[in-house]
Design a protein around this ligand. Structure first.
Ligand code: NDP
Length: 333
């Protein structure tokens, strides 16, 4: 199989020199093993953090090992009765077109007629759950709340707007980095109003979009977006700090926020979280999302790059904003 490994720790923006593509030959299956041909491989912002050798909520990638992460595929050879040939599976073996490993490291997933397996990597999987957890368990979304979402046209953000509306939010505001994305926010992802942060003045654009202030902030971006939200909060506002992608590829530490005192004077709650601590909400999420999804009420988009050899490009393009909805690498389709 073709696998992509981390060869060096990137400084700032990763380059192709930081990765190595290797061919791996799999031996005959051992008892309890299966071989899986991937259909889709995920590229995710958190992977950038794992490329650094710093303490975080997940261990750093080791140099010379295949980059691990979410993928979906089908069992093509099996030496374990629990996963017969043809079973669709989700796993964390990462950037590879095929993988051979113990059956216990794969989880069978439902096949939904007419829907690609890739939905288990986003709207029915990790990014959908992140959106749900952030809004419910972290931000304590209440009926009628005005909600602001940064990074709103990505995999997490495109679910946040819709779930917020389904859970009774009032005005839902999103920001994203292109005119097309801003259009998708209001036409597809449930947002009432949206703006392009690249037009500048995030504070001013947010104030115009939320004349009565915001109650909940779901932050995927950090930096200027966090500062703008802190200015816009109503009393008792709540922020789910989900990500801070604006700083993932910087080599300098940005100053600020310059207005954190608002957290004190307005009694704000800013709560960080990582999904790993909330996996017990997965059944509740799956039940809700399966219902919404089955009723056709959830829109989702994918930006697909073909060929495992283009995984690094897909990852970098995602970090630069080339995706609307979930960025994916298609191996076999
Ligand atoms: P996305 O699909 O949202 O892709 C990343 C997007 O980030 C790009 O499309 C780009 O869109 C935007 N972006 C990149 N640089 C900047 C910038 N400087 N300022 C503003 N936006 C920028 O990725 P995901 O949905 O997978 O992840 C979204 C966020 O959620 C990330 O911060 C990630 O780390 C976090 N996350 C956290 C989890 C947790 O457990 N806490 C779990 C999963 C994700 P644009 O064109 O709009 O700039």
């Amino acid at each position: 199989s073709t696998q992509i490994q981390l060869a060096a720790r990137p400084q700032g923006w990763p380059t192709h020199d930081d990765f190595r593509t290797v061919q791996v030959t799999h031996g005959p299956l051992q008892d309890g093993e299966v071989r899986v041909r991937n259909a889709f491989v995920s590229v995710d912002p958190y992977m950038r953090g794992r490329m650094n050798d710093t303490r975080s909520y997940v261990a750093p990638y080791a140099l010379g090992e295949t980059v691990t992460g979410g993928a979906v595929g089908r069992v093509v050879e099996s030496a374990d009765p629990s996963l017969p040939v043809g079973t669709a599976v989700l796993h964390q073996h990462g950037w590879s077109d095929a993988v051979q490993a113990p059956a216990s490291t794969f989880r069978a997933v439902a096949e939904i007629p007419g829907v690609p397996l890739s939905v288990h990597l986003h709207v029915l999987g990790m990014t959908g759950l992140t959106a749900y957890v952030g809004l419910t368990a972290i931000a304590g979304l209440r009926e009628g709340d005005t909600v602001f979402v940064s990074g709103a046209a990505g995999a997490v953000g495109s679910s946040v707007g819709q779930i917020a509306k389904l859970l009774g939010a009032g005005r839902v505001i999103g920001s994203a980095g292109s005119a097309e994305k801003v259009d998708a926010l209001t036409s597809r992802y449930g947002y009432d109003v949206a703006f392009n942060y690249k037009d500048g003045d995030v504070r001013g654009q947010l104030a115009a979009a939320a004349p009565d202030g915001i109650d909940v902030f779901f932050d995927n971006v950090g930096g200027d977006h966090l500062e703008a939200a802190l200015d816009a909060f109503n009393d008792g506002g709540r922020a789910a700090l989900c990500g801070a992608i604006s700083g993932y590829n910087t080599t300098t530490r940005a100053p600020g926020p310059d207005n954190l005192a608002n957290v004190i004077t307005r009694g704000l709650t800013l709560q960080g979280f990582t999904l790993a601590g909330y996996l017990h909400l997965a059944p509740e999420f799956t039940q809700a999302m399966t219902g919404w999804f089955g009723a056709g009420t959830i829109a989702y988009d994918e930006t697909v790059v073909d060929g495992i050899e283009h995984t690094v490009d897909a990852f970098l393009d995602m970090m630069r904003g080339a995706n609307t909805g979930k960025m994916l690498v298609r191996v076999d389709g």
